[in-house]
Design a protein around this ligand. Structure first.
Ligand code: NAD
Length: 482
């Protein structure tokens, strides 16, 4: 077997301890690797690099296309960017795969039948990181959901389920509230699901879905969801499976991939030699499958399972009367190395499948619709004493053009003019909707004329959103009460 180049980062906090422990196991198992070590995280941030990664490190990643990464510490505030989010987005790692299985009776869990895989969209949603302060009182964060992005992750989830002979894929969204963005994700789930008739499909609203995941995880199988929900529910799943210290995650893209533990750099126990390296070991096994060394992955996982079965446990999973010995990071990895040719006797052994790249990265469906401009939402920063919506409404009515009359004003999504309720709290951020009458077509020129009038009347417009129809269907949500 020829050595495969991978880029390795030892990370911060417990990172160096668990990375060394894992690399020792990989070497003992005979993994054919050529390591290119890069520096990322705290030290790089301290040198003033706000992304936490230097340009030379990108070069290594571009060449190896495989990143094996220990956790890092993200500095709070100060304009520093999360290196994890940057890496995922820069390298196009759209799929985050987190298997959460349990190991009863060797590791305590309330859910001995749980075996869930969470497949989380990794690039879009609120994690696009597009935020603006628009008024004294209001900031916004844009939630972006694209058709190609949703298609890619949903197809990935079904292909994963098919390859691993999983029976059900459940989609988690909040499309009862976010009918357009989460609604698109749900719609695409239904569309792509049809291509997988042998797999059961289900959709759940994220709030009850999370409750079910925490209470009856054995009723769930593969879960596919948007970025933010996936971030939250995957930590819940890992924790109830036994410990956040056990889970590994794969971040997969068309060209590159990144493998890491799901937990952070655990500064509270850094340097103490007690961290559990299992999350990184499980991530390493997924990496070995990805680089076509599945036999080594099985060897590593089976040795690890045997160590767990033999009751050799780090402090986070150690239980008096159940575990046999409480060990530190180094002793744990030595125990795995000692069992490198062993198989577990009771726990189900490792079974890895390579996903079919051609099916996984199918070109997304091209959709071209007839787009028609029908109006504009003008957002205004207005803070006159009393903040009376009727005063604002009457003034703005004067500003409208014949082709674009003022229809409604709302505040934080609730209609306040005309016929608002006096009880509704109003911030200094107002959305004023101007819509053309049915028959008249408008163009951007009329929007600009309208904005000219609004400005001439002394109003501070902070942004506009054009209102379109696509093939005649409304491409914008109605305000509550509209
Ligand atoms: P954390 O996961 O680091 O720690 C949470 C708790 O779990 C701590 O009590 C810790 O001691 C324990 N723990 C975590 N991993 C363990 C292990 N392997 N063995 C034993 N115990 C373990 O989460 P946090 O405290 O919220 O974050 C600490 C830092 O890590 C922050 O700077 C955060 O930004 C960063 N972080 C990095 C990543 C990453 O690099 N992928 C992910 C999450 C958080």
């Amino acid at each position: 077997m020829t050595n495969r180049k991978i880029t390795v980062a030892y990370g911060d906090g417990i990172g160096p301890e668990i990375m060394q422990a894992t690399l020792d196991i990989l070497e003992a198992a005979g993994a054919a690797l050529d390591l290119d070590v890069i520096e990322i995280g705290e030290k790089v941030y301290q040198q003033g690099v706000t992304t936490g990664i230097k340009p030379s490190a990108w070069e290594s990643l571009r060449q190896s296309k495989v990143f094996f990464k220990a956790p890092i510490t993200t500095p709070q505030g100060g304009g520093f960017k999360s290196l994890n989010v940057t890496t995922r987005k820069t390298l196009g790692l759209f799929a985050n795969v987190r298997p959460c299985r349990v190991y009863p009776p060797y590791i305590s869990t309330l859910h001995p039948k749980m075996d869930v895989v969470i497949i989380r969209e990794n690039e879009e949603d609120l994690y696009a990181g597009i935020e603006h302060q628009q008024t004294d009182e209001v900031v916004q964060c844009l939630k972006l959901i694209s058709r190609p992005g949703s298609e890619k992750i949903i197809r990935f989830a079904f292909e994963y389920a098919r390859a691993y002979n999983r029976k059900k894929v459940t989609c988690f969204t909040k499309d009862n509230i976010m009918k357009m963005s989460d609604g698109l994700f749900h719609k695409i789930f239904d569309e792509i699901g049809e291509e997988y008739p042998e797999i059961e499909k289900d959709h759940k609203i994220i709030d009850i879905a999370s409750a079910i995941l925490a209470d009856k995880p054995e009723t769930l199988d593969v879960i596919v969801t948007l970025n933010l929900y996936g971030d939250i529910v995957s930590d819940i799943a890992a924790q109830i499976a036994g410990s956040v210290g056990l889970g590994g995650s794969a971040n997969i893209g068309e060209g590159c991939a990144m493998f890491e533990a799901i937990h952070g750099s655990a500064p509270d126990i850094a340097g103490m030699g007690i961290a559990n390296p299992s999350g990184l070991i499980n991530a390493a096994a997924m990496m070995l499958v990805h680089i076509d060394q599945p036999q080594i992955a099985e060897k590593v996982t089976n040795a690890w399972l045997k160590t767990i079965e033999d009751g050799i446990h780090t402090g986070d999973i150690y239980k008096e009367g159940q575990s046999k010995s409480k060990v530190g990071t180094k002793e744990f990895s030595q125990a795995v190395i000692d069992r490198i040719d062993s198989k577990p006797q009771h726990l189900i052994g490792a079974q890895f499948k390579k996903l079919d790249k051609d099916k996984l990265f199918k070109a997304p469906k091209k959709v071209k619709k007839t787009k028609k401009l029908v109006g504009v939402d003008v957002f205004i920063h207005w803070d006159e004493p009393g903040r009376n919506p009727n005063v604002l409404g009457e003034k703005l009515k004067e500003c409208c053009t014949a082709s674009l009359p003022l229809k409604i004003i709302n505040n934080r999504g609730v209609k306040v003019y005309p016929d608002g309720h006096s009880e509704t709290f109003c911030s200094d951020h107002w959305r004023c909707r101007y819509i053309a009458s049915e028959s008249s077509a408008i163009d951007h020129k009329q929007v600009i004329e309208l904005l000219d009038q609004i400005q001439a009347a002394g109003f501070d417009f902070i942004k506009t959103e054009q209102l379109y129809t696509f093939d005649g269907a409304r491409g914008y949500s109605l305000a509550q009460g509209e």
